[in-house]
Design a binder for this molecule. Structure first.
Ligand SMILES: Cc1cc2nc3c(=O)[nH]c(=O)nc-3n(C[C@H](O)[C@H](O)[C@H](O)COP(=O)(O)OP(=O)(O)OC[C@H]3O[C@@H](n4cnc5c(N)ncnc54)[C@H](O)[C@@H]3O)c2cc1C
Length: 460
């Protein structure tokens, strides 16, 4: 009777401990399960606890035959585990709080069951560690030497066997020029991977346009990684790979294109004042704050007519206009530079991507009650042979209908329609102004309703 009481007391105690553990680890397990659901690398995580339970069940006879002989040695192990859990939770270190489960379980079994029981339970407990996702940065750091070795070894073997080995180039970030280089490299047969830190393939514009661009790049064999941080460029003597937060990319050539900055050192040394953008501040005649000193080109800022403040737009057409204005004024002729609206166009394989003004995200950040429409139309009448899809995005202010920005993506010169939007933006035009325009139509060049007009109708 006494033994029965003792046994049921022990069972109740263990059940209480398990409940306490469940309560302590519920948030950790919930987080982990949420990660398994979205992270395909660890999707198998769901199966690990039942398999561990099965492993315990398999040892049930040996466990039942073992007399519990708890040892206080389990207490420090348990405390180390609980300390790791507290630290992990307080410091937001998910890996630490997750991994703490292993010493906590070991400590408990040692404390209650003793050494022999711990040996029997060791494998199922250690097996639980397999379900814990390791942060990709850490995993890459651990496996980096092995990956470099494997990449190098297989390259050499393939070369020895006489197989051609393609060079692999890697790009970091996505300015327009980089896309042109990517295209040139692909045409030379190089394997190209684009690494972009932002989540979107075209960071300065809205999602839909970026998705079209990404599709075009991928169709032409360029791998596009977004939301990826470059951690290191590795290699012995020469570049061999780029280590990123999402994995290692073998590379023989790395082009780092992370943007440009105005080179203002000389001007600053002279006492020329910079504007809020970090480029040289000028008036509309391109005069700086110093008498007789003018600034033009990438080194100078412009006035943005939609934002209503200075803006830095380092582009060739802007530089030319700056230069012409400054030259005219210096030569005694009246001239003014009338500012920019941020118009740009670039080519990525068969696609032309043109943008002007503000994307929706930027317009909202500026405090506009902005909305957008995104439509697909065609660059010619639908029945005309060879006509291709063309996309238009319009960003506008709700209520007033004032145009704030736009993009045109096409398989050719149709993307230059963006200039119509640029002209309206210069004048503070609205959707109604756009709808009133008499735009050109002939089946080879446009549907009877120009795509800009279709977009404006949808927005109205
Ligand atoms: C590869 C590439 C492609 C591009 N494609 C486009 C495009 O398609 N569309 C577009 O609009 N823009 C494009 N641009 C941007 C465009 O080229 C620049 O905006 C434009 O050239 C800027 O003109 P700039 O006169 O200010 O400067 P630059 O053209 O750079 O001229 C500055 C000159 O000053 C010289 N210099 C510098 N320091 C000194 C010094 N201390 N003493 C003497 N000389 C000095 C430099 O050597 C250089 O020749 C591209 C740029 C690059 C790099």
């Amino acid at each position: 009777m006494e033994r029965e009481l003792y046994r049921s007391g022990a069972v109740a105690g263990v059940a209480g401990l398990v409940a306490l553990l469940g309560w302590l680890y519920a948030p950790v397990l919930r987080d982990m399960a949420a990660q398994w659901a979205v992270d395909t690398t660890y999707g198998y995580g769901y199966y690990i606890p039942p398999v561990a339970a099965y492993l315990v069940w398999e040892r049930r006879r040996a466990l039942a035959a073992t007399r519990p002989k708890g040892t206080w040695l389990g207490l420090p192990v348990l405390l180390i585990g609980l300390g790791a859990l507290v630290l992990g939770r307080a410091g937001g270190i998910a890996l630490l709080s997750r991994i703490s489960l292993v010493p906590v379980l070991f400590g408990l079994v040692l404390l209650l069951g003793g050494g022999r029981m711990t040996r029997l339970a060791a494998f199922p407990i250690l097996f639980l560690a397999v379900m814990i996702p390791i942060p990709s940065g850490l995993l890459q750091r651990l496996t980096w030497p092995l990956q470099i070795f494997t990449a190098q070894f297989s390259t050499e073997v393939l070369r020895l066997m006489g197989y051609p080995v393609y060079l692999e180039g890697v790009y970091i970030d996505l300015p327009h020029v980089r896309l042109e280089v990517a295209e040139a490299f692909r045409k030379r047969g190089l394997e190209v991977t684009l690494l972009e830190a932002k989540e979107r393939p075209l960071p300065h514009w809205d999602e839909e346009v970026g998705t079209l661009l990404k599709g075009e790049l991928e169709r032409h064999g360029v791998e596009v990684w977004t939301g990826v941080r470059v951690l290191a460029i590795g290699g012995a003597g020469r570049v061999e790979a780029v280590e990123t937060s999402e994995g290692v990319v073998p590379a023989d050539l790395v082009l780092v294109a992370t943007g440009v900055r105005p080179n203002t050192e000389l001007a600053q040394a002279m006492g020329v004042a910079l504007g809020p953008t970090g480029a040289i501040a000028t008036d509309q005649e391109m005069r700086t704050n110093l008498e007789g000193v003018f600034a033009a080109g990438d080194v100078a800022e412009s006035f943005h007519r939609v934002l209503g403040r200075p803006y830095w737009l380092p582009l060739g057409d802007v530089a030319n206009k700056h230069g012409r204005t400054a030259g005219s004024v210096i030569a005694g002729k009246e001239a003014l530079f009338h500012g920019v609206v941020g118009t740009a166009i670039f080519k990525a394989f068969g696609l032309a991507v043109a943008t002007t003004g503000l994307p929706l995200e930027a317009a909202l950040k500026e405090g506009y009650r902005a909305k957008k429409v995104f439509i697909q139309s065609r660059d010619g009448a639908h029945y005309y042979p060879g006509s291709a899809p063309l996309w238009v995005e319009l960003v506008y202010e709700e209520g007033t209908g004032r145009l704030l920005g736009g993009a045109v993506v096409a398989h050719g010169h149709g993307a230059l329609r963006v200039d119509v939007l640029a002209a309206l933006l210069h004048r503070g035009g609205t959707l109604e102004d756009l709808l009133a325009l008499d735009l050109a139509y002939a089946p080879p060049y446009s549907p009877v309703w120009d795509p800009l007009l279709i977009a404006a109708q949808q927005a109205r």
